[in-house]
Ligand binder design. Structure first.
Ligand code: PLP
Length: 395
């Protein structure tokens, strides 16, 4: 296995050299008075990415799943009811986590390939006149299906129903890659991680917490120690951590934020959209179908692609790995064997994405897929090439 080829899995993502260097700092004293000079800009930079002025940022040495656990244990009590739609592997795993914590989980079964059903949420919330539902849980970007849900529509549904439930959003595979508007969308807790849009190693759970969610801590009875928001926020306010911080990751995150702000968040989002559209043009040229049911649901960070009937997507991703040493995402859950995924998030350029499309195209041709070699790459090239820049140069 060489480490020369990029990965096309939807996280963890390729780590740019600049961030690999930033992660390789010597240990420093996390109790030294200058630790706050490193930590404070990281917390405020994440606030900028979340688009929040009212919210608080909390980070833990953990992953997205730990972030979920922190979200529920800080705000809910055993037996509390939560409302959640299942439309992919990650919304499913959130349900599982809530059930294991003894919550009463009201599940809206939704087709895989569809998004968060705002209208169904509104119906359920209107019917809940006693306000038993304490939180609505939504996966912003369902990484298993390549579906991006409209969080503002969920917020509108909650407001239309006049329901006071908290709104928790999983933005693990969307944050720092597509716009996120915590305050505008009235999000109470958003959960993410360091290993996707932030282009870092896995190991930091990232949360935004609204003042309303902080208020819920007073009465929440689920047990928590490591993930206690109050311990973390109190220690952060004094310039430190309640336990040993993942120092190198904090340095890495500082540099990741520098990179994102230097490129400009709007440019980061535009790049993701452009690369995703290049991939979608290729999928179309191959005559294949996305799992996402309609264009407004298309994710700019990952595309899940059905293989034709009679083909096994695991054989395709295995072959790409063994023959070409390139990893693509396997089909998860209901999609196992039926779809493969191309991750197009994080540190990626046009040229890298074209190389991924060329590779999966070769792998499909090797396995006698009914596609024409070069067709997807050509469609993506046609979309990604920049004739206007050549014209401007020669003018
Ligand atoms: N939510 C989504 C949408 C994800 O894509 C993932 C991981 O891929 C998770 C949650 C779980 O995050 P982690 O693996 O960091 O615990």
């Amino acid at each position: 296995m060489s480490d020369q080829n990029p990965v096309f899995i939807p996280g963890p993502t390729n780590i740019p050299d600049r961030l690999r260097r930033a992660l390789q700092v010597q240990t420093r004293d996390h109790r030294a008075p200058d630790f706050v000079d490193t930590l404070a800009p990281v917390l405020s930079g994440i606030k900028t990415v979340l688009n929040t002025t009212d919210g608080n940022v909390v980070t833990f040495p953990s992953t997205g799943t730990g972030g979920w656990e922190a979200a529920i244990t800080n705000t809910l009590s055993p037996g509390d009811r939560v409302l959640v739609a299942r439309y992919g592997m990650f919304s499913h795993r959130w349900i599982d986590l809530c059930q294991r914590h003894g919550l009463d989980v009201r599940i809206i079964e939704t087709d895989w390939g569809a998004g968060a059903p705002a209208d169904r949420f509104e119906e359920e919330l209107r019917a809940d006149t006693g306000h038993r539902i304490k939180a609505v849980l939504v996966t912003h970007n369902e990484t298993a299906t390549g579906v991006l849900s409209d969080i503002s529509a969920v917020r509108r549904a909650m407001d239309m129903a006049g329901h006071p439930a908290l709104l928790f959003v999983d933005a693990v595979s969307s944050l720092a890659s597509v716009p996120f508007r915590m305050d505008d969308w009235g999000v109470d807790i958003v959960v993410s991680g360091s290993q996707k849009g932030f282009m870092l190693t896995t190991g930091m759970a990232i949360l935004g917490v609204s003042p309303k969610a902080l208020g819920a801590i007073e009465t929440a009875r689920l047990p928590r120690t490591f993930f206690d928001f109050r311990d973390m926020m109190g220690a952060n306010a004094r310039g430190g951590f309640p336990y040993t911080p993942p120092l190198q990751l904090i340095y890495g995150m500082r540099e990741s934020l520098n990179m994102l702000f230097e490129e400009g968040l709007e440019n980061v989002y535009a790049r993701h959209n452009r690369l995703a559209e290049g991939v979608r043009r290729a999928v179309d040229a191959w005559g294949l179908k996305l799992v996402a049911k309609s264009p407004e649901l298309y994710s700019d960070t990952v595309s899940a692609i059905y293989v034709p009937d009679g083909f096994d997507s695991n054989a395709l991703t295995d072959h790409a790995f063994h023959a070409y040493d390139v990893s693509f995402g396997i089909g998860l859950g209901e999609m196992n064997g039926r779809a493969f995924r191309i991750g197009h998030l994080g540190s990626l350029t046009d040229v890298m994405v074209l190389s991924g499309l060329a590779t999966i195209e070769m792998a499909m041709a090797d396995l006698n897929y009914p596609i024409r070699l070069g067709s997807g790459v050509a469609a993506a090239q046609e979309y990604l090439r920049r004739p206007a820049q050549a014209a401007a140069k020669s003018a």
